[in-house]
Write a protein that binds this ligand. Structure first.
Ligand code: DGL
Length: 276
């Protein structure tokens, strides 16, 4: 390993999202890459991005990325599906470091899982409107086709921690109806927040689409791709200690600690308020 690669490898991995939902990706990254230090930026002052137009999303994404570049990260993981749907090319042009995103890994996992070739995508309105998942799937398979369904109510339900019972179940059922009509055999959780509702989504999908339906999570697939990427580039952190997580947020709400712990799966102790 060159000296330069050695010092780059000990630098943290930068991860960002419109809010705290992207901590589901950090959780998956920490399982796959326990020795990596991670600096996570959640743009909690401006969440949600999923209802905003592409120009605004690109502008916010550039501000988040530049802040993380200023923190000396060795690579950037866009945890937000909505940003991944509209901004990665622009970020790659503007920033002088590797940029990974969640759409291709999610699409690849879906293509690998489908037997019928019919893939359902649950995502924000912005991600569905961008056509990013159908584009990514069509590059991987000429046979597979996608049906997109915006599921906006699942974001506040996950934020609230309302993960079980009648309310999430009814919302999930309603969002799965068009996917059931199209007879998909894979459902992609195309939004940072949906892995928290995985149990309800999986149970309802089985009732509506049959026991063999597969629910695919882009967080796990992204962690897998990030591991392969760091390995290939000789950028894996070789420290023996467990990696640290530093959280940067643009707004610190009273509900922050509970919400962050829900998405991350552990308590967040190192938190800093930043202004972009
Ligand atoms: N992070 C967004 C995504 O994965 C969901 C929340 C938002 O709308 O900003 O698409």
């Amino acid at each position: 390993m060159t000296k330069e690669a050695g010092s780059r490898s000990s630098a943290p991995l930068g991860v960002f999202d419109s809010g705290l939902g992207g901590l589901t990706v950090v959780r998956a990254l920490r399982l796959a890459l326990p020795h990596e230090d991670i600096v996570y930026l959640g743009d909690t002052a401006r969440v949600p991005y999923g209802t905003k137009g592409p120009d605004t999303i690109v502008k916010y994404a550039l501000a988040c990325s530049r802040h993380l570049v200023g923190r000396g990260v060795k690579a950037l993981v866009i945890a937000c599906n909505t940003v991944s749907a509209v901004a990665p090319e622009r970020l790659r042009v503007d920033l002088d470091l590797p940029v990974l995103s969640v759409i291709e890994p999610g699409a690849r996992a879906a293509v690998a899982a489908t037997r019928s070739g019919k893939i359902g995508i649950l995502a924000t309105a912005g991600t569905v409107a961008s056509g990013a998942y159908p584009r990514a799937v069509s590059q991987l398979s000429t046979r597979a086709e996608t049906v997109g369904q915006a599921a906006p109510l699942l974001v506040p339900l996950a934020e609230e921690g309302w993960l079980e019972g009648e309310v999430p179940r009814l919302a999930v059922r309603r969002y799965l109806e068009p996917l059931a009509r199209a007879r998909v055999d894979v459902v992609v959780l195309g939004c940072t927040h949906y892995p928290l509702l995985r149990r309800v989504i999986e149970e309802e999908a089985k009732v509506m689409l049959g026991e063999s339906v597969r629910v695919v999570d882009s967080a796990t697939a992204t962690a897998h791709d990030t591991t392969a990427f760091l390995e290939e580039r000789g950028l894996l952190n070789t420290q023996e200690a467990r990696g640290t997580v530093k959280l940067l947020v643009t707004d610190l709400a009273a509900s922050f600690a509970a919400s962050a712990a829900r998405f991350l799966g552990e308590d967040a102790t190192d938190v800093e308020l930043v202004d972009l």
